[in-house]
Design a protein around this ligand. Structure first.
Ligand SMILES: [Zn+2]
Length: 395
């Protein structure tokens, strides 16, 4: 296994191909700048052949003088390569379909023509001194021998990397490992993983490919991408660190900031349970979990939230218990020793009813206010219900 893995983030190309997503130029610039600032070494910035607005965005990103290599995506069409050259890109990726189905749709099944065209484009780019990568679209639905043959040709023409695409996300980690192991052994240039999440295995497949010897991996922030999306940057980076012990040199403390920036720019908010960067990634509600975390956060956390710029949240909800309730009340200055016997349980029951009815946790400050006001009444009668206008909050 190689410990120097290159992250090649394609949020600005494949990510933007997600249905309904279109970044404005300033958004592209700030996403590229933040990717660069956190140490992502390579960024696929777009498709120069798309026209004036896209090339303007790419030129603007090139003018930032980022440390990251900026890479343009191309079809095996000479005009695409010319568009990349005109933008001033020094690195390009050329993608060709390899499965029978995709070749039929795009090259009328004419593989010799596809190869001639690809070679012409590679030579054009190399003559201009560009760094060239070639990618096999739909490789996972293609006999591996054909993929290897293409990879060997690309290598012999002078290409610097070969991208293996699980374009429709149908692989599992075991089959990925087998395929990539054979591919890696058949060529000398690095293999790059490009995985999609149609079956929810994009990250797992990317990691399986790396275990098998791939040295580069495509990611997108939040997993943004076509259909079910791509392998999420934040998941790949953290999984490499915590499962394979590989540090890719990314400042993970800013992953949540980056995630929120891309969520805003894409108009695609994350579900709270999203791994690594979701709002609930470090939230604890149930009695057993919250009590464990209050004693030692590692009881129910794989790594501290600070590692990804997140925050631990202890949420008072339907499954919370006495420990968390007492902790919250103490933190808000409620003299818990004055709470009459049995009232704590009643209060927990009220919390459950409130949360079930209102569908969100009780803000701790509001609960404390309520407790303070009713502390003196508890012994005499059942207090008023918790106000319904409560909004979610953190401890
Ligand atoms: Zn893709």
């Amino acid at each position: 296994m190689n410990s120097s893995i290159t992250i090649n983030d394609t949020t600005l190309r494949d990510g933007e191909q997600a249905a309904g997503v279109a970044f404005q130029i300033p958004e592209k610039i700030s996403i590229a700048a933040l990717l660069d600032a956190i140490g992502v070494p390579e960024i696929e910035v777009g498709i120069p052949a798309m026209g004036a607005v896209e090339t303007e965005a790419i030129r603007a990103m090139l003018s930032l003088g980022l440390r990251a290599h900026l890479l343009g995506w191309n079809r095996a069409v000479p005009s695409d390569i010319l568009a990349s050259i005109r933008c001033g890109l020094k690195r390009i990726h050329i993608s060709v379909p390899v499965s029978d189905r995709q070749m039929a749709a795009k090259f009328q099944g004419d593989r010799p023509r596809l190869l001639r065209q690809l070679r012409q484009c590679v030579e054009m780019a190399l003559e201009q001194g560009l760094w060239v990568s070639v990618g096999a679209e739909d490789a996972s639905r293609t006999p591996l021998e054909q993929v290897i043959e293409l990879a060997q040709m690309a290598q012999s023409w002078g290409c610097r990397r070969f991208r293996y695409c699980d374009t429709v996300g149908i692989l599992d980690p075991f089959s990925t490992y087998k395929q990539i192991r054979r591919l890696v052994r058949a060529i000398d240039i690095p293999v790059e993983m490009h995985t999609h999440d149609d079956l929810g295995m994009a990250t797992a497949n990317a990691l399986a490919g790396i275990r098998a010897g791939a040295q580069s991996v495509n990611t997108t922030v939040n997993g943004l991408g076509e259909r079910a999306g791509n392998a999420p940057l934040e998941e790949v980076v953290m999984a490499l660190r915590y499962t394979l012990g590989i540090d890719v040199g990314v400042d993970t403390c800013r992953l949540r900031e980056l995630s929120q920036q891309v969520a805003r720019a894409s108009g695609a908010p994350l579900p709270p349970w999203k791994a690594i960067v979701g709002d609930n990634a470090f939230a604890h509600e149930s009695g057993i979990h919250a009590a464990g975390v209050l004693r030692d956060p590692q009881t129910y956390e794989p790594f501290p939230p600070e590692a990804v710029g997140g925050q631990r949240r202890l949420v008072l909800g339907k499954h919370s218990g006495r420990h968390l309730l007492l902790q919250i009340l103490k933190e808000h200055g409620i003299p818990v020793e004055q709470i009459p016997p049995g009232q704590l349980e009643k209060l927990l029951e009220q919390v459950r009813q409130h949360v079930t009815h209102c569908k969100h946790p009780i803000p701790p400050a509001e609960l404390a206010r309520y407790c303070r006001a009713t502390l003196t009444q508890w012994a005499q009668h059942t207090p008023e219900p918790i106000p319904e206008e409560s909004h979610p909050d953190v401890v």
